[in-house]
Design a protein around this ligand. Structure first.
Ligand code: S3P
Length: 434
């Protein structure tokens, strides 16, 4: 990934138009993974071709899976069932993607061969014990750097037994890693979580033919499962749409229709939060695609007010807090985000990153151990900031810039390719210049 690409975003007079955002990242990863473990051919339409998902795709090609690239966003994947993977002859590079590393670890822990996973400088700092510990309880043999807590990880797969695991955190990556290990072995694996995390794995595995029991507080799967190739239609990513939702709300004179966005209730916390803040957001044309709820989202500029955010809203909006903090910086009154310590172990420490960068632009924002306190203002001043190499920080700062007095220069912006190719072009396409 090219470092240090600097971009300047000027204030604008409103965002207008109809847009589509790229495919959902979480669903795209899972479509590639489950199609690779299924028997037969799967077609994936609307795939996100961001760097994270391309890392997943390359990983399965290294594991022996044949993929036909039909067009920019359509793949045909030829799976040979859960026993159809082969030992990779080189290290698998997960790039910046925590989902790639944690979910593939669950898959490879049960495969009868040796594999090594690494990632970029950011991913190699992120906590892996959260999956290594429960997988080790299942009998997995996983070695890692820093006393077995960080990548690179070396996995000697096979010999697993089912487990009942009470996860201390609401994490879809942890839950999915255990489901993916458990579904390959004889017996029932159960994962309990403190709040429901995103349930794309459960929904998509069911559509591939697996039986999972979701109950209040957790999910249970009995293996081994027999997955059958499917067609998966990937909706637009609500996490990418969130940048345009906040931009449309905070910049006076805006009206944006964001088409074909996944609105799974385990992901739609950002809509609830922005509506609670007084944002005008309407869901139109609600429908289903491949077992996921989808809608078009109409956003109109609104006067936002500060609110308190905690509890089960946190996992339902976990990736959106950088841009929610931007909304809060322009709201009247105080917004408090708490019980969100997970933000400290994302692609970067997102609490520290947003406090430093929005603070530098004149926002009244202070860190809490598990969140942030933000007192809104009419206007921010603008200035020079860095994304810290985190795609969602870069895009949140671009949104913040739209209502500054003098614009914002953002360093290290190439990282937006991780999840949102075309972000800068789309933003300038819908922004009315001052
Ligand atoms: C993801 C789960 C979340 C989220 C990440 C994608 C997934 O992470 O932040 O961007 O696709 O399962 P956690 O499981 O660590 O909360």
């Amino acid at each position: 990934m090219a470092q240090d690409q600097k971009r300047t975003v000027q204030p604008c007079r409103g965002l207008l138009g109809e847009i589509n955002v790229p495919g959902d990242k979480s669903i795209s990863h899972r479509a590639i993974m489950f199609a690779s473990l299924a028997q037969g051919t799967s077609r994936v339409v609307g795939l996100l071709r961001g760097e994270d998902c391309l890392a997943t795709l390359k990983a399965f090609q290294q594991l022996g899976i044949k993929v036909d690239e039909k067009s920019a966003d359509e793949l045909v994947i030829h799976g040979h069932g859960i026993h159809g993977l082969a030992e990779p002859d080189d290290v698998i590079d997960c790039g910046n993607s925590g989902t790639t590393m944690r979910l593939i670890s669950g898959i490879l822990a049960a495969q009868p061969f040796f594999s090594v996973l690494t990632g970029d400088q950011y991913l190699r700092k992120r906590p892996m014990k959260r999956i290594i510990d429960p997988l080790t309880t299942m009998g997995a043999k996983i070695l890692g750097r820093d006393a077995g807590s960080k990548a690179p990880l070396a996995i000697n797969g096979g010999g697993l037994r089912p487990v009942e695991y009470h996860s201390p955190i609401a994490s879809a990556q942890v839950k999915s890693a255990l489901i993916l290990a458990g579904m390959q072995i004889e017996g029932t694996t159960t994962v309990f979580e403190p709040h429901l995390s995103r349930d794309h794995s459960e929904r998509m595995l069911r559509s591939f033919g697996a039986e999972l029991e979701s109950f209040s507080g957790g999910v249970r799967i009995t293996g081994p499962v027999d997955l059958q190739g499917q067609e998966v239609v990937v909706p637009g990513d609500i996490s990418s749409a969130a940048f345009f939702m906040v931009a449309g709300l905070i910049v006076p004179g805006s009206e944006l229709l964001i088409k074909n966005v996944g609105v799974n209730p385990t992901r739609s916390g950002v809509i609830d939060i922005l509506q609670l803040m007084g944002g005008s957001i309407e869901l139109l044309n609600r429908r289903q695609a491949s077992g996921e709820p989808v809608a078009d989202i109409l956003v109109k500029s609104s006067d936002l007010k500060g609110i308190e955010i905690s509890g089960d809203l946190i996992p339902r909006a976990i990736d959106e807090f950088p841009v929610i903090s931007v909304a809060a910086a322009y709201a009247s009154g105080v917004t408090t985000i708490s019980e969100a310590a997970e933000l400290r172990v994302k692609e970067t420490d997102r609490i520290a990153a947003m406090c430093e960068t929005l603070g530098a632009l004149g926002a009244r924002i202070e860190p809490l151990p598990d969140g942030m306190r933000i007192e809104g203002k009419e206007l921010l001043s603008g200035g020079e900031v860095s994304s810290f190499g985190d795609h969602r920080i870069a895009m949140s700062l671009a949104v913040a810039a739209l209502r500054t007095s003098s614009g914002v220069s953002i360093a290290d912006t190439a990282c937006t390719e991780t999840s949102f190719p075309g972000f800068w072009e789309l933003l300038s396409q819908v922004s009315r210049a001052t």
